[in-house]
Design a protein around this ligand. Structure first.
Ligand code: ATP
Ligand code: MG
Length: 339
């Protein structure tokens, strides 16, 4: 019997149980990747990738289609060997010999669930728990199904479940071995907003239990909401950091000013104000001011507008989302490639 798709990718083995962060691990990296490269023949899947992730961190891995995200997950999940470079996974050096020991401490939820569609939810989980030699199967399955809110569908055939519910079964399967490091490859792809929100809540719950989460996603608001840090990959690593750090690094800080009617002479109002480095007219009575520190500059801007007898509608620091960061980085590269 074979799973419908990619079922063999699941890397669950005997679980350790209990709390995820022992005192000795605090501050130690759960994943440390150094100059990792994977080539398939002439095709480079990812190249010279280096980063570290701490225990208990939720780490977002973003990048366009074909960027190398899944291949990175497969490598760190011990399913394929890197071409060069080195990595530590859950405190162990990534090597063929350490594969079984690493797989005891990690779990992967692959891009496609890979379930036996003619078996029930419970039978699927029994089957995978059995394959990986997990003890205490009944209790583990109960706990995993409870975690993903699927207890009442335990007797349903997987083939009769919706896409979102299958995704949840796959997540339950990934929880069976109580992993220290959990790789989630696009866990909310194709889910409706409510189902996606449920997966987010599960991820938050796992994070609270101290599970380190490596999350690949195309949903940038998901990464923004859930991740402590994110990396943007496009074959090579383009940026890594907290979402707010990336925003600061990529975008100048600006104040957006809106008045009721266009200013007669905006240059006279904005030029030379303390902390204002430049300004531009955005049209429709809106102006964008480049500032070094928005909070320090805003009161002076407000006073200058009042002096000019302008009717101020709003003065606000312009907000850049992680999506802006991503599009700035990846969008520009893609536009350059198309030229
Ligand atoms: N087994 C393989 N043999 C040959 N090439 C492969 C193999 N697996 C992946 N690749 C190639 O490596 C590159 C990276 O693929 P990967 O699946 O890691 O991308 P991804 O970032 O996960 O993309 P997506 O967002 O579409 O899931 C692609 O060019 C892909 O075609
Ligand atoms: Mg992928």
């Amino acid at each position: 019997m074979h799973p419908t798709d990619e079922g063999t990718e699941v890397a669950n083995t005997q679980g350790a149980g209990g709390s995820k962060i022992s005192p000795g691990k605090a501050g130690a990296p759960a994943l440390a990747v150094e100059h990792l490269t994977k080539r398939f023949g002439d095709r480079v899947a990812y190249s010279d990738v280096s980063f570290e992730i701490g225990y208990g961190e939720v780490f977002g891995f973003l990048g366009p289609n074909g960027a190398g995200k899944t291949t990175t997950v497969r490598t760190l999940g011990t399913l394929i060997a890197p071409t060069s470079g080195s990595a530590m996974v859950a405190g162990m050096r990534l090597s063929a010999a350490n594969g079984p020991a690493i797989r005891q401490k990690i779990s992967i939820m692959p891009e496609s669930p890979g379930l036996y569609l003619r078996l029930t939810v419970e039978e699927n989980l029994e089957c995978f728990a059995g394959l990986y030699g997990l003890g205490g199967t009944k209790a583990r399955i109960h706990e995993a199904l409870e975690a993903v809110n699927l207890l009442e569908r335990a007797k349903d055939l997987c083939g009769a479940l919706s896409k979102g519910l299958r995704q949840r079964v796959a997540l339950a399967r990934a929880l069976l071995n109580d992993p220290e490091v959990l790789f989630l490859d696009e866990p909310t792809s194709g889910l409706d907003p409510v189902a996606a929100r449920e997966v987010h809540e599960l991820i938050t719950g796992m994070r609270e239990r101290g599970v380190t989460i490596f999350l690949t996603t195309h949903r940038l608001e998901e990464a923004e909401r859930l991740c402590d840090r994110v990396a943007i990959l496009n074959t090579t690593l383009r940026m890594i950091g907290r979402p707010d750090e990336l925003r600061k690094e990529l975008f100048a800080r600006t104040l957006d000013v809106r008045t009721k009617v266009p200013l007669a002479d905006p240059g006279a109002v904005f030029s030379g104000l303390p902390g204002v480095e430049g300004w531009s007219d955005s049209g429709a009575a809106m102006y964008r001011l480049e500032v070094s520190d928005p909070e320090a500059a805003a009161p002076g801007v407000a006073r200058a507008l009042v002096r000019a007898e302008a009717d101020v509608v709003s003065i606000a620091e312009s907000r850049h989302t992680l999506e802006d960061v991503y599009l700035q980085l990846v969008g520009e590269e893609e536009r350059a490639e198309r030229k």
